[in-house]
Each structure stands twice: as C-alpha cells, then as structure tokens.
Write a protein of this length. Structure first.
Length: 103
C-alpha cells in the first residue's frame, strides 16, 4: 500500500479549504532507466474527494501530473466534524484512501 496522504482542512468564512499532498512516483512511461529501457507508465489515474457521503470531486489524471502531486479543493457548506475522504487509484491497480474531520 502507498504512503499516507497528507490531508489538511481549514475553515474560513463558510468555505473549507482542503489541501492534499499525495505520495506517488508518477512515471510517464516515456523516461529511460539507467539500462536504456523505457520505465513503464505508473501514475494516479482516478482521484475522488467526498464530503461525508457525497462525492464533491472526481478527476481522471494522466501521465502529465507531477511526482507527489498536490491538490487543493474548496468546499462550501462543510461543518466542523464532517468527514472528508480522499481516494486514488493508479495504473497498477494500487489505491489509497485517507480521511480527516473538518476542524
């Protein structure tokens, strides 16, 4: 399983800002390794963010996303104690799900 994501939430003026730092190598499939062969593609393909039980963001990513990607989402109407769940799946079928509570 992949390393945990760093997920932080902060509320200000009715808007909750969620910052997510994902730990992933994100190989494009176009880089050559030390032996000259192509390094196989391996990147986060699907990302979703849920507030309690409602999906607020679904994204499909490709190989152009940087290593250890950062994502920021602003939520309207989140209350203290609400659950924010972030999940991703990569091209090898690996996945990660992390959850925090809104402060």
């Amino acid at each position: 399983m992949a390393d945990p994501m760093r997920v932080r939430a902060a509320r200000s003026g009715g808007i909750t800002t969620v910052k997510i730092l994902m730990s992933h190598e994100m190989e494009t499939g176009q880089r050559r390794g030390a032996n000259g062969t192509l390094v196989p593609a391996w990147f986060i393909q699907q990302v979703s963010v849920r507030l309690n039980d409602a999906t607020v963001l679904t994204a499909q990513w490709g190989p152009a996303i940087s290593k250890n990607p950062f994502l920021q989402v602003e939520l309207n109407g989140a209350n203290a104690g609400d659950r924010v769940t972030v999940a991703w799946t990569d091209t090898h079928g690996d996945s990660r799900v992390d959850e925090i509570r809104v402060p």
